[in-house]
Design a protein around this ligand. Structure first.
Ligand code: UD1
Ligand code: CA
Length: 459
């Protein structure tokens, strides 16, 4: 017998009014990514045939963000309830399929937990959790024998039922054909006046289908976010997970509570992250990389032994060997540093390819530049790469010494072994192995007198 198809339906049509935001609820970020991204990632690792996302509020925005996702978009133009939402996707799902229903605002769900539901057996299955404070959630009602009988929503529950602390997570597996029939029988005669998806479970029980419940170990996984406080809570749980994963991979964290990962990190051995590190996008940190306090790294590839000192911001940086960066350095995209490069405090680089063992230790701007090996860039050196309209290239050969406070007006090239006198404004190419400088000779005025305080009449 062929395995039934698996169709995953993600409910994402809610407005999320309590977020008080222009951004639709499922686009609110956790770990720098929309909540829906996390749900999709967990779902996509299952052997599914089709993922359907039910959208409504902010549909245009959502579809734009997920334009590249191979999901089937189903519009629910009016939010008439979770049952109505699922019903919108059903015409596209064959009767013999399994349907997994997920909520778009439960970003901490993991594939492993979804698998528990997949292998739970029975005709249908749902994930439950026990909460100290179950308010707001649908309660799991059982008979005296302990068998599941129904879900009762908070607003519709009796005071006895409100005492139940086992709640519905909102994640279910249904047989598609039956689900279609049940959904067609739903009405909105309840406290919310909505079509409750949860009502189909009592129908399944009445038809004596085998309904399995599985309680999850970690209720955190199924927490949703309706407002910014809950969103912040999810963020902290998410970040704790990232810290745990990094530590499991051998990374030393100065403080697991003061690290934010907004993307993916790959690490070698003996990587060290000091406090308040923010890692954005895709970062690769090879063996022995050390990141000082207060650094931001976005889409960087740092080679083994690279040291980033306090308060540095790196975007799209590649180091090809051990380098020293910072403190207070800003390295922008297109910065490629060969082994042994030193970039010191208050240095900004952009599209700068810098050769082995070259140094810019203080207060410089290196943009649209190619530097050879063993170059010494003096404090205050600026590549003037922009004339207000176009950008131009600066090329510097090997073993060049650039005296402090020099301006290199691009396009310009400095030959290997050249020495640029301090305070020069270089507008033409400087030849190899020669001293070039462009400043006036120093003069001293012998007859000079220091200024005297003027006598004022009122004094
Ligand atoms: C729902 C469950 C409740 C469960 C809880 C878990 C129902 C009736 N109740 O309650 O038993 O404990 O989730 O978090 O299902 N949505 C749509 N279209 C709609 C209505 C909702 O797409 O017409 C989406 C929302 O965007 C959201 C999800 O469905 O992602 C859940 O809706 P929500 O209103 O938050 O349900 P809860 O009241 O939390
Ligand atoms: Ca909810």
């Amino acid at each position: 017998m062929n395995k039934p198809e698996l169709h995953i339906v993600i409910l994402a049509a809610g407005r999320g009014k309590r977020m008080r935001s222009q951004l639709p609820k499922v686009l609110q970020p956790v770990g720098g990514q929309p909540m829906l991204t996390h749900v999709l990632e967990a779902a996509q690792q299952l052997p599914y045939d089709q993922i359907h996302v039910v959208y409504g509020h902010g549909g245009e925005q959502i579809r734009k963000v997920f334009a590249d996702s191979p999901v089937n978009w189903v519009e629910q133009s009016e939010q008439l309830g979770t049952g109505h939402a699922v019903a919108q996707a059903m015409p596209l799902i064959p009767d013999n399929a399994d349907v997994l229903v997920l909520m778009g605002d439960q970003p901490l769900i993991t594939t492993q937990t979804l698998q528990i539901l997949m292998i739970a057996g029975g005709d249908l299955a749902l994930l439950t959790m026990k909460l100290d404070d179950p308010s707001g959630y649908g309660r799991i009602v059982r008979n005296v024998a302990g068998d599941f009988t129904a879900i009762v929503e908070h607003a519709d529950a009796t005071s006895l039922q409100l005492e139940i602390n086992e709640v519905n997570s909102g994640v279910y597996r249904f047989p598609a054909g039956r689900l279609k029939q049940w959904l067609s029988r739903l009405d909105s005669s309840n406290a919310a006046g909505e079509n409750y998806l949860t009502d189909v479970l009592a129908m399944a029980v009445a038809e004596q289908l085998w309904t399995k419940t599985r309680e999850v170990d970690d209720p955190n996984e199924l927490l949703g976010a309706n407002d910014k406080r809950q969103l912040a809570r999810l963020e902290r749980i998410y970040q704790q997970r990232q810290s745990d994963q990094l530590m499991d991979a051998g990374v030393t964290l100065a403080d697991p509570g003061r690290l934010d990962v907004r993307g993916r990190v790959q690490t070698g051995e003996d990587v060290y992250l000091d406090i308040n590190t923010v890692l954005i996008g895709k970062n690769f940190l090879a063996d022995g990389v050390s990141i000082g306090p207060g650094c931001v790294l976005e889409d960087c590839r740092l080679a083994a032994g690279t040291q980033v000192l306090a308060n540095s911001v790196l975007q799209g940086v590649v180091t090809e060997g051990a380098c020293s960066i910072g403190p207070f350095a800003r390295l922008r995209s297109g910065t490629v540093l060969a082994a042994g490069v030193k970039i010191g405090n208050f240095v900004e680089t952009k599209k700068a390819v810098i050769g082995a063992n070259s140094k810019a230790s203080h207060l410089s701007y290196l943009g649209d530049s190619v530097l050879g090996a063993n170059v010494n860039v003096g404090a205050g050196t600026i590549t003037c790469n922009y004339d207000g309209v176009n950008k131009y290239q600066t090329t510097i050969g090997d073993n060049v010494f650039i005296g402090s406070d020099s301006q290199l007006v691009a396009p310009v090239s400095i030959g290997s072994g050249a020495f640029i006198g301090a305070g020069s404004t270089i507008t033409q190419n400087a030849p190899e192995d020669k001293l070039t400088l462009s400043r006036r000779k120093q003069v001293t005025i012998d007859r000079w007198q220091p200024p005297k305080r003027r006598q004022r009449s009122s004094d």
